[in-house]
Design a protein around this ligand. Structure first.
Ligand SMILES: *[C@@H]1O[C@H](CO)[C@@H](O)[C@H](O)[C@H]1NC(C)=O
Ligand SMILES: *[C@@H]1O[C@H](CO)[C@@H](O)[C@H](O)[C@H]1NC(C)=O
Ligand SMILES: *[C@@H]1O[C@H](CO)[C@@H](O)[C@H](O)[C@H]1NC(C)=O
Ligand SMILES: *[C@@H]1O[C@H](CO)[C@@H](O)[C@H](O)[C@H]1NC(C)=O
Length: 333
């Protein structure tokens, strides 16, 4: 006897229903959020935001499958409490296409699985900046010693991309590429501030560039060149010599014109001592006081010098009338 078609139909639905029932089992728990793959220098981990529900602690299970073998497998992150799981650090797995999934669990209750994007370590990992070990400055170059961001590994070649520029307002960057860990930035100007950053490029078999992060810019001032130093020394010696010659010549001039200078540096009209004497004691005979024409006789005097001169002032004043007043100063007439 043949089963009724409707019975077959029913059986089919029954099976389908069971299947659905088995795989998406009671998604009572909220699924983990912000499920992200972090990978730095090939250290890979999956992280997610914790699921908050009342009535017990939530655990998580992570599964992994590769592009080659389409089967979910456990990776030592089954019913874990933490919200992070390290996975496949193996060097040979760096070119594999990996997909991960995570779900929350609490007793018999589970959440839906949350799947990641396909991850290929050699494409998705973040390579850190290299380490700058030392910088040796000279007048026209910087000698830089670097270390790769992670230990030397068979199968990988690092290329260093060095970007450098003069620290001025208009900065035009130049770049050099090298696979040596000790290299020179050449053809620099002396006494100039240069800055540089370095990043590595990981040479992989894949046909795209895996560029690492850049180092923080470092700036160094080039030194003065030997030729310029010699030039400066010559200039300094010459200036010092010239200065000495000037000073000596100056002293020589001073010595030669000593008398004239002495004369010039004296106040032009100092009342000679014998006049002063007379002013204190008008009874001295050889001086004759003329009548003052100014209003104030105390402040203004007019003298006629009649004695034999004993000094330059005497000669100058000899036979002349010298009138002094507080208002107009002194005149020799
Ligand atoms: C998920 O990440 C977003 C931003 O990236 C953040 O605002 C949000 O709080 C995160 N969710 C949880 C549950 O932590
Ligand atoms: C899981 O952990 C055990 C012991 O801690 C270790 O021997 C094993 O290799 C791990 N398996 C994976 C897939 O990491
Ligand atoms: C890996 O990189 C590819 C291409 O950039 C991107 O589409 C993919 O989402 C990345 N995978 C992960 C897990 O971030
Ligand atoms: C580089 O130049 C900028 C302005 O051009 C200045 O602010 C900065 O301090 C300089 N860097 C150094 C290390 O002197």
């Amino acid at each position: 006897s043949f089963p009724h078609p409707s019975l077959l139909f029913f059986f089919f639905f029954f099976l389908r229903g069971r299947k659905e029932c088995c795989c998406e089992a009671s998604p009572h728990l909220p699924a983990p959020k912000n499920v992200t793959v972090y990978s730095s220098n090939f250290r890979n981990s999956l992280r997610w935001s914790p699921v908050q529900v009342g009535g017990g602690s939530v655990s998580y299970t992570v599964q992994l499958k590769t592009g080659a073998y389409n089967h979910w497998s456990e990776i030592n992150c089954t019913r874990i409490i933490q919200t992070e799981c390290s996975f496949l650090q193996l060097a040979k797995a760096r070119r594999w296409t990996i997909v991960l999934r995570v779900r929350a669990e609490m007793g018999p209750r589970t959440s839906a699985w949350v799947e990641t994007d396909p991850f290929v370590a050699e494409r998705n990992t973040t390579i850190g900046p290299p380490k700058v070990n030392s910088v040796t400055v000279s007048s026209d170059s910087l000698l830089i010693s670097v270390a790769p961001p992670f230990g030397p590994e068979a199968g990988y070649l690092f290329q260093y991309h060095v970007s450098y520029w003069e620290n001025t307002t208009i900065t035009t960057k130049k770049e050099i590429k090298t696979s040596d860990t000790l290299f020179k930035i050449k053809d620099l100007k002396q006494l100039t501030l240069y800055c540089f950053t370095i990043r590595v490029e990981l040479m992989t078999y894949l046909d795209f560039q895996l560029l690492g992060l850049q180092t923080v810019p470092e700036c160094y001032r080039t030194t003065i060149s030997e030729a310029a130093k010699a030039g400066y020394i010559v200039v300094i010696f010459m200036s010092v010599g010239l200065l000495l010659i000037c000073i000596i010549a100056g002293f020589f001039c001073l010595w030669r014109h000593q008398k004239a200078i002495k004369y010039l540096s004296q106040p032009p009209l100092r009342i000679p001592s014998h006049i002063e004497e007379y002013l204190r004691d008008p009874s001295v005979p050889h001086l004759e006081v003329l009548e003052n024409h100014d209003e104030d006789p105390q402040d203004s005097i007019t003298v006629v010098y009649a004695g034999e001169g004993s000094s330059a002032y005497g000669d100058m004043l000899d036979g002349n009338t010298c009138s002094c007043s507080s208002s107009s100063g002194c005149d020799v007439t």
